[in-house]
Design a protein around this ligand. Structure first.
Ligand code: CP
Length: 310
């Protein structure tokens, strides 16, 4: 049974196949409107979400399938102490595929070990968010026309921001990609990512504190929210939350064809005045999330069918 737990579960070729399929879905949505007729997607969300859960649900509905699930741990039997392993055994009898978000790192991996349906990690703690990365790759591919030879600036909470961790893991596999990591000292990327992904693969990167000084170098600026829910104390969050605020004066320093991306939700880190700049593509990015999740659901269900037949 094939699952998607981390971006490395997909080869570069498989990433490309998903992007090609998503682009065909964008161009010819009518060809896909009944592809999942009779199939069910379960969305098991133990943590809040707007985009990921609803774009998964929209994706399955666009494919002609149905959806079921819960949107908080409190409204599921997790509140009574049920384990993820038991929950997924039960859900395997109710649905054909599931997307799981959980505050504990590794929970979707545990679920995949006890599941007889494909499990998709829809975000696990401060660890990974592979379908956000698929969304980001589709956005960059559509709007820049390539995924290689890009300088990508990641700005904000690089310690707890799982979307950045997954993006660095995925983009490190493309030729000529460089990273500029912009964060306060306390919110730098985790050591394992620096050593196991960037250093080990000889990826060019630098870590800086100042956004303005690197703006002219960037092809993509990936802004992130400071993740309040992962801080151990509120004082640290308040001290760090407004470390970087992108506004029109900073946008003047960027290349004319730079993309400003953000996984959303945004708090203060991008001033709303930036929304009208044609380089601000974060709402378009959220829209692309539906198409790439359609491609992923189709691909994993096809793989599951083949593995059952084998
Ligand atoms: N980008 C993202 O994961 O958004 P949600 O938390 O709203 O799902």
């Amino acid at each position: 049974m094939r699952h998607l737990i981390s971006p490395q579960d997909l080869s570069v070729k498989e990433l490309e196949d998903l992007i090609v399929l998503a682009k065909d879905i964008i161009a010819n949505p009518e060809n896909y409107s009944e592809k999942c007729k009779g199939k069910k997607l379960a969305t098991l969300f133990y943590e809040p979400s707007t985009r990921t859960r609803l774009s998964f649900e929209a994706a399955m509905l666009n494919l002609g399938g149905s959806v079921l699930g819960f949107s908080s741990a409190d409204s599921s039997s997790a509140a009574k102490g049920e384990s993820v392993a038991d929950t997924i055994r039960v859900i395997s009898a109710y649905a054909d595929i599931c997307a799981m978000r959980h505050p504990k790192e590794g929970a979707p991996l545990v679920a995949s070990m006890h599941s007889s349906i494909p499990v998709i990690n829809a975000g696990d703690g401060g660890h990974n968010h592979p379908t956000q990365t698929l969304t980001d790759l589709l956005t960059i591919s559509q709007l820049k026309g390539r995924l290689d030879h890009l300088t990508i600036g990641c700005c904000g909470d690089l310690k707890f921001g799982r979307t950045v961790h997954s993006l660095i893991n995925a983009m490190s596999r493309y030729e000529g990609v460089k990273f500029v990591l912009i964060s306060p000292e306390e919110l730098k990327i985790p050591t394992y990512l620096r050593t196991e992904t960037l250093d080990e693969n000889g990826i060019e990167y630098k870590e800086v504190r100042n956004l303005e000084e690197v703006m002219p170098e960037l092809d993509v600026l990936y802004m992130t929210r400071v993740q309040r829910e992962r801080f151990f104390n509120e004082e640290d969050y308040i001290r760090l939350k407004d470390s970087f605020i992108l506004d029109n004066s900073k946008m003047k320093l960027g290349k004319p064809d730079m993309l400003v991306m953000h996984p959303l939700p945004r708090v203060n880190e991008i001033s709303t005045e930036v929304d009208n700049d044609p380089r601000a593509v974060y709402f378009k990015q959220a829209e692309y999330g539906v198409y790439i999740r359609m491609a992923l659901i189709l691909t994993l269900l096809e793989d599951a069918k083949k593995s059952k037949e084998a």
